[in-house]
Design a protein around this ligand. Structure first.
Ligand SMILES: *Cc1c(COP(=O)(O)O)cnc(C)c1O
Ligand SMILES: [Zn+2]
Length: 467
């Protein structure tokens, strides 16, 4: 079934200033008030298809995904024709309908597992806990979902300026990053053959995060600054529009990231969980999650919205503080050191969007200290997961909400795991060796060193089994 009305989308100021802007224009902020822009979809046109029909279409495309991932749907067509392996482009009508399919730059993002975790749930006081494994993705974090959209749009912008014979308006893409954004940007830009420039706070990201953009051939600029300092520089450098800004101020990324909420509902048989809990730093992902769920609700795919809970590290908690003050205003802070390095942000770009998103779904903000986040990640590992420190923040935040009775007995909770634990080996080693700052480490586990002697080994195994 094809849409009768052609689908369209445009940028609009989130503060309601008049005017629409082309999503393929190089523009990040409202020219009138300097506020953030957001992509608005023509929901009248999307409503030409019923909620039931949309569900059917999305279900059918994920079934196609299962078949083709076993290699039985080899068509000889370039993957751009359908992108059955992408959880983002499987929902392309809701994401960026005006992107021409030949410009899609996909590395097989999305369609990540949603895993029930009863053992972890019991240890955290949560009766019905599920983990959305967004870290099981090409570059190891959910940032892939947004970057596939942004880099695809840039590919179309560059192709169109080539076709018109004008000098390429865009020469490169750039971002400031706490690690995962630059890894994702570098990978997708490399796949598209677009030069990428990444700005990183020197010494404040993991080895795995640093080596990813290096390996993909990006220009890696390590600055003596924190994330907020890098962000300031990249905004200056991208002012002339020939270098395209890939930070989450760029609203195209939100369009890809918003598919997570839709995917969670779909994986639960189009039932909404009571809560979705996620770690929050620059606040793009909270806004994205809410936006996807709101669209699914408006178009009749889900009957109600879940409540959202954003969790912050206690040392990088400007959103938590703003929430405590009734979202009157954001007071930027200097974020302190935290193992949750990807959310060490003191002046979050998407504050206004996120505050509005939480208010719309009766959301809350919680925080967790270093000891809590490290133990929560360790408990997740003990239950067979492999949690990054940010996921630890979300798990510890969910446990706090359950203790306070905000999350109630029997409620279904989905925690978004934002990155793969394998990107954070320093954190894991530090936990088990007992070297993390302000972390007691109640679940430490160290290798048992023994002579190569059968009796000694038998004795050690007995002691371990009876410990
Ligand atoms: C980027 C990131 C976050 C925070 O997302 P925001 O959109 O900045 O709030 C959380 N966890 C990980 C692993 C990330 O890479
Ligand atoms: Zn405006």
């Amino acid at each position: 079934m094809e849409n009768v009305v052609p689908l369209s989308c445009w940028y609009q100021c989130i503060r309601g200033c008049p005017g629409r802007h082309d999503v393929f224009e190089v523009i990040y902020r409202c020219p009138t008030c300097d506020g953030l822009l957001e992509v608005v979809h023509d929901s009248q046109a999307l409503k030409e298809r019923s909620g039931v029909a949309w569900r059917g279409l999305f279900d059918q495309r994920s079934a196609v995904n299962r078949v083709s991932s076993q290699g039985s749907e080899v068509s000889g067509q370039p993957p751009a024709a359908s992108h059955p392996l992408s959880g983002v482009w499987a929902r392309r009508e809701w994401v960026l309908p005006t992107l021409r399919p030949e410009h899609i730059v996909s590395l097989g993002e999305g369609f990540t597992p949603l895993v029930p975790s009863p053992r972890l749930g019991r240890s955290l006081g949560l009766d019905d806990l599920w983990i959305k494994q967004c870290g099981i993705s090409h570059t190891g974090s959910f940032k892939d979902l947004g970057m596939t959209v942004l880099v695809s749009a840039v590919a179309q912008i560059m192709a169109d300026s080539d076709r018109r014979g004008t000098a390429a308006a865009v020469r490169a893409v750039a971002c400031a990053s706490t690690g995962d954004t630059s890894a994702a940007l570098a990978a997708y830009a490399a796949a598209a053959g677009i030069p990428a420039i990444v700005f990183l706070p020197r010494g404040k990201i993991s080895t795995a995060q640093l080596i990813q953009p290096i390996a993909h051939g990006a220009a890696v600029l390590a600055l003596d600054a924190d994330f907020d300092g890098c962000m300031h520089i990249v905004r200056e450098v991208t002012r002339d529009n020939s270098i395209y800004l890939a930070n989450s101020m760029n609203s195209l990324r939100v369009e890809g990231q918003k598919t997570v909420g839709i995917e969670i509902a779909q994986q639960l048989g189009w039932q909404t969980p009571d809560w979705i809990v996620l770690p929050a730093g620059n606040l793009g992902n909270v806004s994205a999650l809410a936006k996807g769920l709101a669209l699914a609700h408006e178009l009749g795919l889900i009957a109600r919205l879940p409540r959202l809970a954003a969790a912050q590290a206690e040392r990088a908690n400007p959103f938590y503080r703003a929430y405590q003050a009734g979202f009157a205003q954001l007071q930027p802070i200097t974020a302190g050191p935290t193992a949750a390095s990807a959310i060490r942000i003191g002046d979050p770009v998407s504050y206004e969007k996120a505050a509005r998103a939480l208010q719309q779904c009766d959301g809350v903000v919680e925080q967790a200290n270093e000891d809590e986040l490290a133990d929560a990640a360790a408990l997740a590992d003990r239950a067979g997961l492999y949690a990054c420190p940010h996921t630890g923040v979300a798990l510890a935040g969910a446990a706090r909400l359950a203790r306070r009775g905000v999350i109630q007995a029997g409620q279904r909770v989905v925690v978004i795991s934002t990155a793969h634990g394998l990107k954070f080996s320093e954190f894991k080693v530090g936990y088990h060796e007992g070297t993390l700052q302000d972390v007691i480490g109640r679940h430490r586990n160290l290798p048992i060193e023994l002579p190569a002697d059968v009796a000694a080994v038998r004795g050690a195994i007995e002691r371990w089994l009876n410990r």
